[in-house]
Structures are given as C-alpha cells and as structure tokens.
Design a protein around this ligand. Structure first.
Ligand code: C2E
Ligand code: CA
Ligand code: CA
Length: 403
C-alpha cells in the first residue's frame, strides 16, 4: 500500500531520535486506544509508512540523521495524507520554519505537541483537524502524483471547479475592502483538490485561460448578486489570480473587459494578482497586455512579493498598483526580527512607490496589530477569515461587522 492510499484510522507512527521520548508518546497513544509504532531511524520510518500507513505522525524536528523539515519534504513527495504532529523542544524559530515548510508543501499539520508531553494535549491534537483553513480538506486518497489534464478539462465542463472567497480588510479600521477569489476543485471521488496541484497542470496544458475565465465569471456573477442586495458607497472588490501563461494572447485583455461589462462590474473593482513573473520576462506581449489591462481600469498586484521571481525588477518594469507581501514573511513577523524587518521595509517600499501594501497570511491578532503599527494598508489571512464558499460570506460579514 502506498502512503497516499487511505490510511487506517487510529494508527500513530512516531519518529524521534530519543527512544525514550518515542516510547512515552507510544504509551500515551495506546492509552488513548490507538495503535502505535515508534522508531529512531528515518529509513525505518519510511518503510513503516509504506507497510503500516498511519493516520497520524509524531515527528521530532531535530535529529542527527535527517532533520524534521527534510522528512516533511519527503512526506510531501510521497503525497502523505497522515496528520502530522510536531513534537517540540526546539525554539520558536525552528518551529516557525517547520510550520512554513509544511504549509508550503500543503502537508496536513495538526499542531505542535509541547514538552512536557501530556496525554491530554496529545488527545487534543489527535481530535483536532489540520491547520488548513476551516472548511478546507486535504485531497483524499488515490490521487495520482500528476493530475491528468483530461480530468481538469472535464472538471471545467462539469463545473466541479468552483471558487472560494477570502476577505481582504483595511488594517486601519478593519473594514472589508473585497475578496480574493481562489479556485477550488470538489472532486466527487478525491475530495477537495488544492489549486497547487492542478493550477500548474492547467498552465502546462493550455487550460489556464479557461480556468481563469471560469474563476472570473463565477466571481463576477456572485458580486453582481451582492451588489443587487447591498448598495455601498465604496463597492467591494475582487482579486483574481492571473497566471503569466495567460499573457501571451493579446485578445485576453478585451475578453476580460467584456466579461466585466456583461456582468455590470467595472474593471476598477477587479485586481489581477500576478505571480511567476519570470515566465513573461522576455515577452513584449506581456508588457503590452498588462499595460492594456491597466488602461482598461483593472488593478494589478504583484503576488508573493519577496519570493522567487516576484522581485524588484518586475516591480519597476510592470504597471502594478498593489503589492502582496508573501505569507511566509507575515507568518514569521511576530517571532522573527528578520521577517519583521522585511515586512516593514516592504511596506515602506510600497508607500514610496505609491502602491497599496497587502499582507497575506495573517494568522493571529498580534500579527494584525503589528501590521497596523507598520501602517500596512490591507490584511488577509486565517485570523480574519479562511477562504469560504460563497454561501458562507453573508454570515461572516455580519459577524465581522458586529465585532
Ligand atoms: P496565493 O495567490 O498566494 O493565495 C493565497 C493562498 O494562501 C491560498 O491558498 C490561501 O488559502 C492561503 N492562505 C490564506 N490565508 C492564509 C493564512 O493565514 N495562512 C496560511 N498559511 N495560508 C493562507 P490556496 O487557495 O491553496 O491557493 C494556492 C495558490 O494557488 C494561490 O496562492 C495561487 O497562486 C494559486 N491559485 C489559486 N486559485 C487560482 C486561480 O484561479 N488561478 C491561478 N492562476 N492560480 C490560482
Ligand atoms: Ca494571490
Ligand atoms: Ca500570495
């Protein structure tokens, strides 16, 4: 059986280089009615993962042979579905890095088991969901390592691919500015397939334009519906992710503007968030197209700023109006001096260039307070709200505005 297959419930696999720690956790798990296996050896750990697929993994971060972050990378490579509990004893920086690594690989982390270990705390973590946002689940079993493009094509036809909305709020007074639109695939057999798994396949197989148009279409229809029931002085905005692969077709700008016109939403209310800017480094078409989109009124945001190709060069070359600070910096900002410095400098840079700064990945109150202090314009993250299905938005808005 491979580790991506359905795992047995109530099985806990422990990897810790201290056999005594492994034994303690195993003993606590058994007291809670679970089966357990503990090992001190990473090679044995991966063998057990195959032979005896667990429902939960307890992972020590600091080990001599292979550290926990590396183990997580291997787990992601094997599309491991077991929930991970990190056994700590290390400083917050290492824990932060580990959480980030897990989030980047979309590994389901249930949380951290602090020392001294107690059965109560373990029980709590075993019953808890993962740190993925509420309402989001990890893709279920039997998903092939590379999703066949034909599946995506089919899903676009059958409308299995829908959207979730995550609010963006003003840091100053918490008022809701708009929503980022995130693609969600509800597969009848495989559960929710995360966009990180299918967007790259869509990009590589000529399906990204249809996907983008579908996502924009759904959100425009939804927004037009909202406008009809709630008139506002400042209308809410939509932020749609735009793949660089869409930028090699000059007709795209007209098409997007046409979609907005059809649904009565001005392009000024739509921000297009761009990542992977390297893909368009050399194309004059991309620059032309982005300029035309701006002229038609769309806003452009540089996404995941500070990582990969979302760099200074792109910032000066392209007509952006908004900068999104990558969540890896935001998440670490309260615990790490370095991350805080990057966030502060990026906000200052945005202000100097006349761009709006948006911090994504706001996971707690302390981070939101810090962003207010640093005079960041907008915030987005699980602390404010996870990405939500459209029918959950009205209740969330009511609750948020009361608070
Ligand atoms: P992104 O554009 O950076 O979107 C933000 C991601 O961060 C979303 O993941 C969101 O669920 C997650 N997130 C939001 N708040 C928090 C938080 O507080 N903490 C943490 N750890 N994460 C948070 P999601 O929905 O899985 O999307 C992943 C990526 O897939 C997106 O990253 C975007 O690049 C891509 N994507 C999603 N929908 C589309 C689409 O329609 N078209 C294209 N081209 N790309 C899309
Ligand atoms: Ca985005
Ligand atoms: Ca981002």
């Amino acid at each position: 059986m491979n580790p991506g297959d359905a795992h047995a419930d109530g099985r806990i696999l422990i990897l810790d280089d201290d056999p005594q720690v492994g034994q303690t956790v195993a003993w606590m798990a058994e007291n809670l009615g679970m089966q357990s296996r503990a090992t001190t050896n990473p090679t044995r750990f991966f063998e057990l993962l195959e032979e005896w697929p667990p429902s939960h993994i307890v992972l020590d971060l600091v080990m001599p042979a292979m550290d926990g972050v590396e183990i997580m990378r291997h787990l992601a490579g094997r599309h491991c579905q077991a929930r991970i509990i990190i056994s700590s004893g290390v400083g917050t920086r290492v824990l932060d890095a580990a959480r980030r690594a897990a989030a980047e690989h979309a590994l389901p982390v249930a949380g951290v088991l602090p020392k001294p270990f107690t059965t109560d705390k373990l029980e709590d973590l075993l019953h808890r969901g993962t740190e993925l946002a509420a309402g989001e689940t990890v893709a279920a079993s039997h998903l092939p390592p590379e999703i066949p493009p034909a599946w995506i094509e089919q899903a676009l036809k059958t409308r299995e691919i829908e959207v979730a909305y995550q609010p963006k709020v003003a840091c100053g007074d918490g008022s809701v500015m708009g929503f980022e639109v995130l693609a969600r695939w509800h597969h009848p057999q495989h559960g929710v397939i995360p966009p990180d798994r299918f967007v790259p396949v869509a990009e590589a197989n000529g399906l990204i334009r249809s996907l983008t148009e579908r996502v924009l279409e759904s959100s425009l229809i939804w927004m037009a519906g909202r406008d009809a029931v709630e008139s506002r002085v400042t209308p809410l905005t939509l932020a749609v992710n735009l793949s660089a692969r869409c930028l090699d077709d000059v007709t795209f700008a007209d098409h997007l503007a046409g979609q907005c016109r059809d649904h009565g939403i001005e392009p000024e209310r739509v921000t297009l968030e761009l990542t992977e800017t390297a893909a368009m480094e050399d194309t004059v078409t991309a620059l032309d197209l982005l300029t035309r989109l701006r002229m038609k009124g769309f806003h452009l945001a540089i996404d995941d700023f500070g990582t990969g190709y979302s760099s200074m060069v792109q910032l000066t070359r392209l007509p952006f109006s908004e900068l999104k600070i990558d969540k890896s910096f935001t998440i670490a900002a309260t615990a790490s001096e370095e991350a805080r410095t990057i966030v502060r400098s990026t906000i200052d840079l945005s202000r100097s260039l006349g761009l709006e700064a948006v911090a994504e990945g706001v996971e707690d109150a302390a981070t939101l307070e810090l962003l207010q202090e640093l005079r960041c314009d907008m915030a987005q993250g699980y602390y404010i709200a996870p990405p939500m299905p459209p029918d959950a938005i009205a209740d969330w808005l009511t609750a948020w505005r009361q608070q």
